[in-house]
Design a protein around this ligand. Structure first.
Ligand SMILES: Cc1cc2nc3c(=O)[nH]c(=O)nc-3n(C[C@H](O)[C@H](O)[C@H](O)COP(=O)(O)OP(=O)(O)OC[C@H]3O[C@@H](n4cnc5c(N)ncnc54)[C@H](O)[C@@H]3O)c2cc1C
Length: 537
């Protein structure tokens, strides 16, 4: 691969390729590596360099108008490898129900059959170096469930769901840098921030994109096809700011760009109190040879249909004392800085956050990154074997959101260093989300009591929307629909009305479903690569 730093190029350079991918995160790197060795020339354009820097990161600053997002918490990383430089690595598959039209959820349903999406999960899992979902589901789940776990799931309303982690969260930048370097048809341009997409006069093809460096250089990017892979917020921003031909922005003739913004609201609420110490190996996280698995508690499909619920789930986590959580957090933070593992610069500072109440510790995952997996998993297995079991657990609730056009991003009056309008994030929550959360909790309490395992304690305060935090999942701003009036991209992730412009990433998801997005982002990027491979010109 030819690697260039845009800062070193002569002024007004034009880069040419068959396919220009903008953004080198999980989506962009997957797409590029899948196109490695094909007859296409591919140019991967990245705004940042190989590591975090404050000035580039500041290009992402936005205004918050709706529900608060985590204060002092970086939810995107603007450098090679993207936000997966700091992600936690929890990987989940969307279920068939997640992408099926559900008449109780307006505007639900994806325009692609589940079988088609599902066929990309195994290769996506390989890219993320995950243990096998099928083996876990068909073998481990049955064999390793403890008697208490079996009793808890022995009812028609609750079912287990699966999260898998690789031995270490995949850092795309580090993992794919070498493979891409060896490629003969891919080139990478760093420090090139795309600021505008230029259409032809008819407004139905991208002619070129403009990219700028913080040192003041301007580049032109020319290609037969362009893919926006800048994450769910920045992709919408680029479409909205490109107003030379369509005054309302690209793909926005029906005012759909930026709308239907979704995340997975998380709330730490409720404690499970067990009557006797119980071993819950799957619910608390099971070390595997090639990673970790954790089972969550989800509604069955039957109860969702019957009671018109969203596809929420909850996970049970060990209880940490405030002191233990604080010490752990500062240790992890220092180690990350020292070893540059999942490090994102000074901004990724959680010291102001009230972590003791929130087991955000999952995001830090340091022991897994700091020691070899065999050691880590042996230690955990040993701990599980020696432990007499747990009696108190924290409940972390994860919510699917209702697609809602009022939940959105739009352009602000304020501008960034390139004079590009910044974004306003107006994240909206709906009462249906809290209703489903409380219903899931009620069912959990019912079955804990029915099985004489224990109960759910929701004292001392009732649930409040203030408990919701975001999960840094930026979903839905350019969602898929076969009808241009209902969405921004078609089922192939091509922007409606613009023949050669595609989008890779969670911006295209029509519903958030229950699952964390990255596995599906990677699956859809492989699917998009297949689409290009099947094209002839
Ligand atoms: C702390 C944290 C924990 C997370 N944990 C999980 C988890 O456990 N499981 C899960 O599924 N997801 C998790 N996520 C979300 C996950 O990180 C994202 O879903 C994923 O990284 C999105 O990948 P992407 O390639 O679409 O976007 P990004 O990774 O954000 O990549 C976008 C890339 O585009 C570049 N770029 C942006 N704008 C421009 C521009 N104008 N010009 C050129 N380049 C540009 C950026 O520099 C970046 O490299 C987590 C996120 C955070 C912050």
């Amino acid at each position: 691969m030819k690697i260039v730093d845009a800062n070193d190029l002569p002024a007004a350079t034009t880069l040419n390729a068959d396919i220009c991918i903008i953004g080198a995160g999980a989506a962009g790197i997957t797409l590029a590596s899948e196109l490695d060795g094909t007859s296409y020339t591919v140019c991967l354009v990245e705004g940042g360099g190989y590591g975090p820097d404050e000035e580039t990161q500041a290009l992402y600053d936005l205004e918050v108008a709706g529900h608060a997002v985590r204060d002092n918490f970086m939810s995107r990383a603007r450098y090679f490898g993207g936000t997966c430089n700091i992600w936690a690595g929890r990987s989940m598959r969307l279920s068939r129900l997640d992408i099926t039209p559900r008449e109780w959820i307006p505007e639900s349903g994806w325009p692609i059959p589940y079988e088609e999406l599902a066929q990309y999960y195994p290769p996506a899992s390989r890219i993320l170096k995950l243990p096998s979902f099928d083996t876990f589901e068909q073998v481990v789940l049955r064999q390793r469930m403890s008697p208490a776990e079996r009793r808890l799931f022995d009812n028609p309303d609750l079912q287990p769901n699966i999260s898998l982690w690789a031995k270490k969260p995949l850092r795309f930048g580090a993992a794919y840098r070498q493979q891409l370097q060896k490629s003969r048809n891919i080139s990478l341009c760093l420090h090139a921030n795309v600021t505008e997409i230029q259409l032809n006069r008819a407004g139905n093809r991208v002619e070129e994109c403009t990219a700028m460096t913080l040192s003041g250089k301007t580049l032109r990017l020319k290609a037969k096809h362009f893919v926006l892979a800048c994450g769910g917020l920045e992709t919408a921003r680029l479409l909205l700011v490109s107003r030379a031909v369509h005054p309302q922005g690209i793909g926005n003739q029906f005012d759909m760009v930026g709308r239907y913004y979704m995340d997975h609201p998380r709330a730490v609420f409720g404690k499970v109190r067990l009557l006797r110490p119980q071993k819950l190996p799957l619910l608390l996280g099971l070390p595997l040879v090639d990673g970790i698995a954790q089972v969550g508690i989800q509604f069955s499909e039957a109860v969702q249909r019957r009671e018109r619920l969203l596809n929420h789930y909850l996970s049970l986590e060990r209880h940490w004392s405030e002191q233990a959580a604080k010490s752990y957090q500062s240790f992890v933070h220092s180690m990350k800085i020292l070893l540059r593992k999942g490090y994102a610069g000074k901004r990724f500072n959680l010291s102001g956050a009230n972590l003791a109440k929130v087991p955000e510790l999952i995001y830090l995952l340091a022991p897994r990154e700091l020691m070899p997996h065999v050691l880590y998993s042996t230690a955990r297995r040993l701990k599980q074997r020696l432990s007499k079991g747990v009696t108190e657990l924290i409940v972390v609730n994860y919510c699917e959101q209702m697609p809602n056009p009022q939940s959105r991003v739009y352009l602000s009056e304020k501008r960034d260093q390139f004079n590009m309008p910044r974004l306003v994030l107006d994240w909206q929550l709906r009462p249906e989300e809290t209703h489903s959360l409380l219903r899931l909790q009620a069912l959990l309490d019912t079955y804990l009591r029915q099985q004489q395992l224990g109960y759910l304690d929701t004292t001392p305060e009732p649930f409040s929307e203030r408990l919701y935090t975001d999960a840094s999942h930026h979903i839905g701003t350019t969602h898929m629909s076969t009808d241009p009036r209902q969405g921004v991209v078609n089922a192939q992730c091509q922007v409606h009305g613009v023949d050669n412009l595609f989008i890779a990433g969670s911006a295209v998801f029509p519903t958030s479903g229950h699952a964390n997005p990255t596995l599906t982002i990677v699956a859809l990027a492989i699917r998009l690569a297949e689409h290009f491979k099947g094209m002839r010109y």
